[in-house]
Design a protein around this ligand. Sequence first.
Ligand SMILES: [Zn+2]
Length: 161
Amino acid sequence: MADYYSNKGGNNVADYYSKIIPADPFFVPEEERLKQTADYLLGALVAMEVTVHLSDAPEFIDCGGLLEAIRCPLCGAELDFDWWTGLMDERYGENGFSDLTAVLPCCGRESSLDRLDYQAACGFARAEIRLLYPRRQPDGDCLAQAEALLGTPVRAIYSRI
Ligand SMILES: [Zn+2]
C-alpha cells in the first residue's frame, strides 16, 4: 500500500473512526478553532479519543475498508481502481497532494481527485479531526455546530480499518 492510504490491514480488531474535515481541501483553520471543534466533537459524538492533524498539503482522508467503488462525478461511470491508484501515485508529492487535478478517462472531462464519487465517501484535507470509536454519528445540528466553531463548511468521513 502507498503511504497515502491509512488502511494498511493486518489488524484483527476493527478500528472505527469518524473524521471531520474542511470541505475545501486546501483550507487551514486557526489552531484555536481546531482545538475547540475537536473538544466539542469528542463530547458530542461520545468518542474514546480525538486527534487533530495538520499537513502542508492536502492528504487523502480515506474510508478504510469501506471503499467499494469510485465513480466519475460528471458522467457516473465506474472508474478503474488501477487508473485511480496510478493517478494518486502521480499526484502524491513530498508533502502530500498539492495538485488534485483529474482528467476522467470515461468522458475526458476535467475534475478533481476530491470531487470523485467515492463509495463510501473519502476526501482530501490539510486539517483533520479524527474521532476514535464514536458512539454517535454527527447529525445536521452537530455538523452545523462544528462548522460554526471551525469557521468553514465541513464534511464527515466514516472509516473502518
Ligand atoms: Zn466521466
